[in-house]
Design a protein around this ligand. Structure first.
Ligand code: HSE
Length: 300
């Protein structure tokens, strides 16, 4: 029996569409035990699939097949700390958890790089799966076979405020509103800012973050799907955040904030309530520099 703990992730970071992401301190926990039958249950009552379509199980099955092993069943218990379909990498956490757990149960036939590649192939892009696996801040390119990445630890002087709307946003819908083509000018606009984000985050040049999160590839198109998002992102900046952006495909709005501003969360909560968002959750988070971990454990 193994337990896998996987962090939530925040992808894109404004301009780094499908290429930048980082891990934060909210977690999914997955308990796995080989069995002749399939038995999947949420340990927290979350509405997950308990049949063959369960994403953790599907992913494990894929890894078993790749390794030439037959999977006859599995006992899976899931604790779903990461809000689902909110742009915080809940699907990636299931994929990464399934891969890491299956690999551990089979005696670790695949390397970390193999697992990073496989996770990106299953998810389609590497910006959530790679930081979920490795922790920290990740710049990643998936060339169709392999993920080429740089992973760096984030400094403790940066905090994250995640404002989570009371509605889901499916990634497929959030991608369907994006244009098929963009102008050369907009492409240059984004690549310059994505490069600035990478360099600024890792050197602590936080004064650049607001400019670095400016984007012309996706956020503008998605704002219409997240009613109130522009108001909330502005509130975050008014309260002193370095920057705010749509986390992944949304619906969560994320801010990076100064680590020494201990009252940021309290002030933002008041502002959110006053502005008509009392049911939107606020989580004050740190960076996770560890990534997914797998431990041997006893069945619950
Ligand atoms: N980058 C993806 C998107 C989500 O914005 O659609 C995370 O993989």
């Amino acid at each position: 029996m193994v337990t896998v703990k996987v962090p939530a992730t925040s992808a894109n970071l404004g301009a780094g569409f499908d290429s930048l992401g980082l891990a934060v301190t909210v977690y999914n926990e997955i308990h796995l035990e080989e069995s002749d039958q399939l038995a999947i249950r949420p340990l927290d009552g979350a509405p997950i699939s308990t049949g063959e379509t369960n994403l953790v199980y599907q992913t494990m099955k894929k890894l078993y097949e790749i390794c030439g092993k037959k999977i006859s069943g599995m006992k899976i218990g899931q604790l779903n700390g990461i809000p689902m379909s909110r742009g915080l990498g809940s699907s990636s956490a299931c994929i990464v958890g399934g891969l890491l757990g299956a690999n551990q149960l089979l005696g670790s036939p695949l390397s970390k790089q193999d697992l990073v590649n496989l996770a990106a192939r299953i998810e389609g892009h590497p910006d959530n799966t790679t930081p979920a696996m490795l922790g920290g801040f990740v710049a990643a390119v998936f060339d169709g076979n392999e993920v080429h990445y740089v992973r760096q630890e984030l400094h403790g002087d940066l905090k994250f405020a995640a404002v989570i709307p009371d509605f889901e946003l499916k990634t497929s819908l959030a991608r369907s509103v994006l244009p098929k083509e963009v102008s050369h000018k907009d492409a240059v606009f984004n690549l310059s800012r994505a490069a600035l984000m990478g360099a600024s985050l890792t050197t602590g040049s936080y004064h650049n973050l607001r400019v670095a999160t400016d984007d012309r590839l996706h956020q503008h198109y998605r704002l219409g799907l997240i009613k109130g998002a522009d108001t909330v992102m502005k509130l975050m900046q008014d309260e002193g955040a370095y920057c705010s952006y749509i986390s992944g495909a949304g619906s969560t709005l994320m801010a990076m904030t100064p680590g020494n501003d201990a009252e940021f969360g309290n002030r933002l909560r008041i502002r959110l309530d006053e502005a008509g968002f009392p049911s939107w959750k606020l989580l004050m988070l740190d960076a996770d520099n560890v990534g997914a971990v797998c431990v041997e454990s006893r069945m619950l």
